[in-house]
Design a protein around this ligand. Sequence first.
Ligand SMILES: [Zn+2]
Length: 307
Amino acid sequence: MPRRFPDRLVSAGRPRSSRRLRAALLLLPALLLLALAAPVAAWSALGHKLVGALAQRHLTPAAQREVDRLLAGEPDPTLAGVATWADTLRDRDPARFKATSRWHYVKFDDGGCQYAQARQCPDGQCVVGAIQAQQAILADRGQPDEARRDALKFLVHFVGDAHQPLHASALEDKGGNDYQVSLATRMEPEAYARNRYTDGVMGTNLHSVWDYYVLGEAGLSLEDYAAKLDARPWPPRREPLSAPDWAAESCRLVDSERLYPTRRGKPVHAFAGADYSLKHRALAERRIREAGYRLAELLNQTLAQTP
Ligand SMILES: [Zn+2]
């Protein structure tokens, strides 16, 4: 879900003297860089890149050739390398980010995880509709390469988002963004959020816990983590292969796997002990693996014929 952590807006503090002001101005470029490098919501960069890295390992030669051709001009021309592009639009193209911000998630009705396009995705403005629309663009060889390249980059990202349970929740708390969590963690936050980290407890929200901490606390590099996940029996699960099913699965996991430290998200602030991330990591890794496998299948089907 595309939301900034609230503390990003206040992390620089307010200098009380001109000397402090000068120091702050000198620091400004560094602070801006840190802010840009900060994780934006949706699986953190690590989660999205893992989905891309896993999918890349399972492309057919035909799909691999077309992926290579479409991504040839990218700074990192791999599926992992473009996996967070949809989130980076926030800074590089705010108008386009605004126009696409609803493509990162789908809101289900409370009490049920039945996907119906008219209710959950009017005008295709949700993660399910975005996956379907971008797949159609990628499949259409009559489209300009630029449109198909962007469609590929969107797909890598949104297949990941559809598998993050809190991106398809039925609860009325913006995918856990409004559910505050005091998380016991040894993982120090990045600079912009450090003012909310005291004595090993991070003031955050459930959405961020899932985007960032559950996988991040494993402490592995992208390469090591991808190799570790790919070494397990593959594929993780064959069915299903449609975006509405992926989102409905995610929605059901919110309750069945007890993602909320308290029942049904009440009260709206909870403590999560150091065991929270450990307890849920297996599920997060399973969703990453399923997303990686299904993304590979989707691309293999969509890019089956070479022109
Ligand atoms: Zn996203």
